[in-house]
Design a protein around this ligand. Structure first.
Ligand code: GLN
Ligand code: ZN
Length: 756
């Protein structure tokens, strides 16, 4: 027992999920978009959700409650709107606002309207959340144009909560924005910093006037190389904002990794009152703090409860960390490592998880209680944390067979022979990425099957009928390498997670992906193995319906991890190898069943790439290794395909070559095939399928358009290695448009082939 009087340690969180425990926000928004309900009705649901969140946080024992963490769509979009940074195409009131004024225009920015395509959407750091990318140019003048933070602060205050409003910080906002198309070449949004700081100053003054004592400015960009390199801008930002006369206290919060001693020193020396650090994601936070000789009188908001994964906190370990931190700042507060936006709301909503697994889990609700508990333990000075319940279950889910098999693998399990059979013998082979449109009928059948209303045999018949239709359609269109269309898959990760041992799925574990779209990431909790074949029945059925080759479809190990909550008790690479081994068995079964083309999708290879350069080699090593383990068992005449949903080749081209797939299909349509030029210059020799049209848009490309892309491509690389395909799966499209687009694509390939 510690007898010296302990400091009072307050508890807080960086943010909380905003979709609601029952996805109320999603439902209300979609109903409003359909025109079934009014803006006022949507606003009422939103206000209820905000107040419910404050009530939950208070009930959990959180001392300092954040506000303005709610968003109708995205917090970066909110920030752009707050500062009046709206592209001119949305200014036309008739085109964009419609009858609903503010809310209508806001959603127009996110979703587009006739004549005004939406802002681009991209990944929020290395999470599965997507933000909207503000478009800035030298002509825009940031100004305090909106009142959302103030209005939400007042709303909370009236309900009895003096909250801490949260804003995206100026540096993060500018570094996440892009130069508009009409901005001069080489112009950077950072050029707007001073004007933007004036606008922040005005919002801070308004918040102060409304009664806010502290405001949180989120600067996660400091966890990236780009942010760490912008030290002068960081210093400028917080010298200016910290130097304002009558302002709330400022908490600059950082997350998704350590920020490095240099950025930390800048923040320590700037006139802000508190700094938030992520002490979970990597183990550099304490070292950084030590390197700057502690924060002194700047308060440390210590993110010791993992905010973006679902495991219980090891409370005694967190108490020990906090004990160390008490020596590195005069005052500390306990927090989550980042906003809880990235985890489901409540574990209590799950009814069918195995008890041993449940005991190891904590969702947002449970995490807030952990944070509050840690605050109390620290305040009471019981630094041993003995009275805090069991530690997380850890590696309790061991499968010794899997471990033995992995251990027995030699280096040859990762290598394919370099001499291979000719992959296709055709120039400009046409194919697709895998999924075909998922019709309402199909989705209804799946839902009925899940509820037990449609029997196993009947459901399988529906799927077989769908495969028949997809195969017949592809033959009719004249595609060369066919697919079965993936009708049996609800989702490319969840489908496999349901069939693999070591994985659990949730009933209500929804997490916002973007806007109203939510996903339910499965939980990879233990050693992974494959009890039985997962896709063979469907692929071989499809193959039995045609003379043309049918391509087998699997989701790769990295993507299986990226879109799941993954155990942290062993390195990710080890877990990836277990998934890879299960896939390797599936690949072998497909091959044995006569399948000659096998595609292993790594849609998320880019996404898991560490934010910082120095960590990337290690990542690529295990990412590539696990892909090769999954695929290298095939005979030299089997063609291994992979697919990725992006084409930032510069970043990982070496990694992609290292995958050693015979054919890689990627997105290229939106970047006008620039990729192919780069590949040509590099002397890339493997098969490449640069997506010739954008499936994310309902627009059907013309034959001439695809033809022009293909002619461009064959001018740069050998037509023998060039594959012709859309840039992603077709599951979100309708049949009519998908069919027409594919017909045009095949015709374009025919024309170009004729001239070779
Ligand atoms: N094979 C998957 C499909 O076609 C790939 C999806 C993806 O890349 N996101 O749906
Ligand atoms: Zn894709």
């Amino acid at each position: 027992m510690n007898t010296t009087p302990a400091p009072t340690v307050r508890s807080t969180v960086h943010g909380y999920p905003r979709i609601g425990p029952d996805r109320e926000l999603k439902r209300a928004e979609e109903s409003y978009w359909r025109g079934a309900t009014t803006a006022a009705e949507l606003e009422r649901v939103a206000a209820d959700l905000r107040l419910d969140t404050y009530a939950r946080l208070r009930a959990a024992g959180i001392d300092d409650i954040p506000s303005n963490t709610f968003s109708y769509y995205d917090q970066v979009l909110d920030t752009a709107v707050l500062f009046g940074l709206v592209p001119a195409r949305f200014e036309d009131p008739t085109a964009a606002s419609g009858a609903d004024g503010r809310l209508g225009r806001y959603f127009a920015l996110a979703r587009g309207v006739q004549g005004a395509p939406p802002l681009e959407m991209t990944k929020w750091f290395d999470t599965n959340y997507h933000y909207l990318v503000p478009e800035l140019s030298p002509d825009v003048r940031p100004r305090a144009a909106g009142d959302k933070p103030v209005a939400e602060f007042r709303e909370a205050l009236e309900a009895g909560y003096r909250t801490r409003p949260v804003l995206v910080g100026p540096l993060t906002f500018l570094l996440l924005s892009k130069a508009a198309d009409d901005a001069p070449r080489g112009w950077s949004p950072l050029a707007l910093l001073d004007d933007l700081l004036d606008a922040y100053a005005s919002v801070l003054a308004d918040l102060r006037a409304a009664g806010a004592e502290e405001v949180q400015l989120d600067e996660p960009v400091l966890a990236t190389d780009e942010g760490r390199a912008a030290l002068a801008h960081l210093e400028r930002s917080y010298t200016v904002l910290g130097g304002l006369a009558d302002r709330p206290r400022l908490l600059v919060s950082t997350y998704f990794g350590s920020i490095g001693a240099d950025a930390l020193r800048v923040l320590k020396e700037s006139p802000v009152e508190a700094v938030g650090l992520d002490l979970v994601t990597d183990d550099e936070g304490v070292a950084d703090l030590t390197a700057v000789s502690g924060l002194g009188s700047t308060r440390l908001v210590a993110g010791v409860v993992e905010g973006r994964n679902v495991w219980r906190t090891d409370v005694p370990a967190a108490v020990a960390t906090l004990g160390t931190l008490l020596g590195l700042a005069d005052e500390i507060a306990v927090s989550t490592s980042c906003s809880l936006l990235h985890v489901p709301i409540d574990l209590d909503a799950e009814t069918s998880l195995a008890p041993e697994l449940r005991a190891a889990l904590a969702f947002a609700e449970q995490k807030t209680r952990e944070v509050a508990l840690l605050g109390r333990v620290l305040s009471a000075g019981t630094a041993d944390g003995r009275d805090t319940g069991p530690a997380p279950a850890g590696a309790a889910f061991v499968d010794s067979r899997v471990r033995a098999r992995l251990e027995a693998l030699g280096p040859d399990a990762y290598e394919r022979p370099q001499e291979r059979g000719a992959p296709s013998g055709l120039a400009l082979t046409t194919t697709t990425i895998g999924s075909f449109p998922q019709t309402a009928e199909l989705r209804r059948a799946r839902a009925a099957h899940r509820r037990g209303e449609l029997g196993e045999q009947e459901y399988k018949e529906v799927l077989r009928a769908e495969i028949d239709r997809v195969i017949a359609l592809q033959e009719d269109i004249g595609l060369d390498v066919l697919v079965h269309g993936e009708p049996e898959r609800n989702d490319m990760v969840q489908y496999f997670a349901e069939l693999l041992r070591g994985y659990a799925t949730t009933e209500n574990g929804w997490v916002q992906s973007y806007g109203s779209r939510c996903v339910r990431p499965p939980i990879l909790f233990g050693d992974v193995s494959r009890p039985e074949p997962m896709t063979v029945e469907w692929i071989t059925y499809a193959q039995s319906r045609t003379q043309k080759p049918v391509k087998g479809m699997l989701t790769g190990p990295v993507t299986m991890l990226a879109w799941s909550f993954v155990r942290t008790d062993q390195p990710l690479g080890e877990t990836a190898r277990q998934v890879a081994l299960a896939l390797r068995d599936e690949v072998a079964d497909l091959e044995r069943a006569g399948i000659r083309h096998i595609q292993v999708d790594e849609a998320a290879l880019r996404e898991l790439l560490p934010l910082r350069e120095e960590k990337r080699a290690e990542y690529l090593d295990w990412a590539v290794g696990s892909f090769r383990l999954a695929t290298s068992g095939v005979s030299p005449t089997t063609t291994v395909h992979t697919h990725m949903c992006y084409s930032e080749f510069g970043l990982i081209v070496d990694g992609i070559e290292a995958l050693d797939a015979d054919v890689t299909s990627v997105e290229a349509a939106r970047s006008r095939m620039e990729l192919v030029e780069d590949l040509g210059r590099r002397g890339y020799r493997r098969g490449i399928g640069p997506g010739v049209y954008d499936i994310h848009s309902p627009r059907v490309p013309s034959v001439e358009e695809v033809e022009a892309s293909l002619r461009l491509a064959v001018s740069h690389i050998d037509a023998g290695g060039l594959w012709v395909n859309p840039d992603c799966g077709l599951k979100t499209r309708g049949y009519e448009e998908a069919e027409q687009a594919l017909r045009n694509m095949v015709e374009a390939a025919r024309r170009v082939r004729a001239d070779l």
